[in-house]
Design a binder for this molecule. Sequence first.
Ligand code: CAA
Length: 258
Amino acid sequence: MGYVTYEVEGAVGILTIDRPKALNALNSEVLEDLNAALDQVDLDTVRCLILTGAGEKSFVAGADIGEMSDLSVAEGTAFGKKGNDIFLRIEKFPIPVIAAINGFALGGGCELSMSCDIRLCSENAMFGQPEVGLGITPGFGGTQRLARIVGLGVAKELIYAATNIKADEAYRIGLVNHVYPLEELLPAAKKLAGKIARNAPIAVRSCKKAINEGMQVSIDEGVAIEEEIFGKCFETHDQKEGMSAFLEKRKEKNFTNN
Ligand code: CAA
């Protein structure tokens, strides 16, 4: 996995896209390496993932323009599917994924961050969907996820005008949850990941599933999804452990994801 490194610190896995010479742009190989890195995550021990980019300048500067420049319709469609399949995998990954956005998050980079559950960024981050300036649409989910996150009007303006925005504006429109000085970004992401990892994994995973699935359906169908997922928590070890810890006024909890 030459372009993606994977490290584990306790219950937190850290995936780093590592192609700094091209500002971590996503060519086919990077996408395949990212997919292979996800295969490495041990879901029995890792409870939260962080996804970031190597270097101090860029999270991901987009899909690789050199690779895309000569594609046919069939090849362009296949390239879009390759990215979309992996980004959907991240969106549906059983454990939460935090994007730690350390610079440019343009095109496919912005799209990659939007497939993650939570976005944190550094003060030097820049977001945008510049595709229309290249004669294409966003192709790794940007036309779908941006509007879901920031609303229709803001998404359309950003995409139609190919406007890049800085971290403070991304925070203002709700594209990112928090902004940090660059050197504080990864520690902050690790702190949040650690906090998530200390909760009952079975419950955190169920929340991710309920929120994601509920966002795609009506409120009636959404609450029905919640009822089923909520009910399934009962009789689990983690439910017994969480509630007995409360009743026994015990701080330490031994959650096992069972
Ligand atoms: N694809 C391929 N190579 C890229 C790249 C990309 N998306 N972004 C940057 N690079 C390469 C540059 O070509 C350059 O390589 P060389 O040194 O070999 O010339 C290297 O990374 C450094 O880039 P710059 O010299 O341009 O760095 P800069 O600081 O002057 O500018 C930047 C940084 C504003 C991010 C600029 O590189 C840029 O505009 N990049 C393209 C951003 C973009 O348009 N992304 C969207 C791509 S389309 C897409 O993603 C489609 C989709 O939805 C699937």
